[in-house]
Ligand binder design. Structure first.
Ligand SMILES: NC(=O)c1ccc[n+]([C@@H]2O[C@H](COP(=O)([O-])OP(=O)(O)OC[C@H]3O[C@@H](n4cnc5c(N)ncnc54)[C@H](OP(=O)(O)O)[C@@H]3O)[C@@H](O)[C@H]2O)c1
Length: 280
């Protein structure tokens, strides 16, 4: 690393811990946009998926969240049930990497719910730990299986379920600002493919009344990339991280009837990262 880069990085660290200039008033949707609907959200046990579950609940939906750890899902489900004072939350263990188990887990799930799933959010994912030059096969496989292969096969199951039951629902794929960055690692490739999948799937399913879109968060304050509550990010055009609530609010609008004519789009919510700058 050259001296200029070291100084720049040091300055950014200092700036990050300066007080936030503007008060961030995150608008929180509260209403009936999703009244009577049932959403399956993968990776709902933390970060963006958890906030999507909360805002969906706040807007009248039932939610089913998935993850790899049943204990974590049980704890989060109880938290959500307490907050929303009812029992419209189910947490089921479903690992995106276990494609061979998806059919049986999904079949068991649908026999246990009282209203049909009409929203599916492909949110679960992991970030790459290695990149070009030092990439490892196991890291490549983990990212590709969690962020692309798993979502693809699970979507195949959910889409068939919706088509068979004539459910005119919504599918929302969570991509990333990394989707449009010059591709160097598994995460870039997986998220770029998710955007392309969003288009293909939208074309395939719109004839059945199923609306498919994507959302591409930029650097978002979750445990995936940040270990504290400080949302300063001096290198972003907007100078801060996106919050999970901001992504969840937009996700709610995208799966609601407001957006039924938005088809095959991926909405960038990045504070400018990725879509107007590449090296932030
Ligand atoms: N944070 C960001 O800056 C950012 C930016 C752009 C896009 N995104 C995307 O947003 C999505 C959510 O990320 P996040 O920031 O909320 O991360 P997070 O806080 O780490 O949450 C990830 C969620 O996915 C679950 N998960 C991970 N691997 C899984 C697998 N194989 N099968 C099922 N569930 C799995 C995790 O639960 P368990 O670990 O218990 O399984 C957790 O609930 C991801 O697709 C990510 O790529 C994030």
């Amino acid at each position: 690393m050259n001296v200029k880069r070291i100084i720049k990085r040091g300055m950014n660290e200092i700036l990050r811990y300066m007080p936030i200039k503007k008060y961030v008033n995150t608008p929180v949707l509260y209403g009936e946009l999703l009244k009577g609907r049932t959403a399956l959200i993968t990776g709902g046990s933390s970060g963006i998926g958890y906030e999507i579950a909360r805002v969906f609940l706040r807007n009248g939906a039932n939610v089913i969240i998935t993850g790899r750890n049943q204990k974590k899902l049980d704890d989060i489900s109880s938290e959500l049930k307490k907050e929303f004072n009812d029992s419209k939350v189910i947490g089921i263990q479903l690992d995106n990497c276990n494609v061979s188990e998806m059919n049986s887990v999904f079949d068991a799930l649908i026999t246990n719910i009282s209203s049909p799933i009409d929203i599916f959010v492909n949110n679960a994912g992991v970030l790459n730990k290695t990149s070009f030059g030092g990439a490892t096969e196991s890291d490549w496989d983990l990212v590709m299986n969690s962020d692309l292969k798993g979502p693809y096969f699970l979507t195949q199951i959910v889409a068939k379920y919706m088509i068979d039951r004539k459910i005119e629902g919504n599918i929302l794929n969570v991509s990333s600002s990394s989707a449009v960055r010059p591709g160097l690692n598994s995460y870039h490739f997986a998220k770029n493919s998710m955007m392309n999948f969003t288009k293909g799937l939208a074309k395939e399913l719109i004839g059945y009344g199923i609306v498919v879109n994507g959302i591409a968060p930029g650097p978002t304050a979750t445990s995936m990339i940040s270990n504290d509550d400080n949302i300063n990010r001096p290198t972003s055009p907007a100078k801060r991280y996106t919050t999970p609530e901001e992504i969840a609010n937009l996700a709610t609008i995208l799966v609601s009837s407001i957006s039924r004519m938005v088809v095959g789009d991926t909405l960038f919510a990045t504070g400018g990262c990725g879509n107007i700058t590449f090296d932030d």
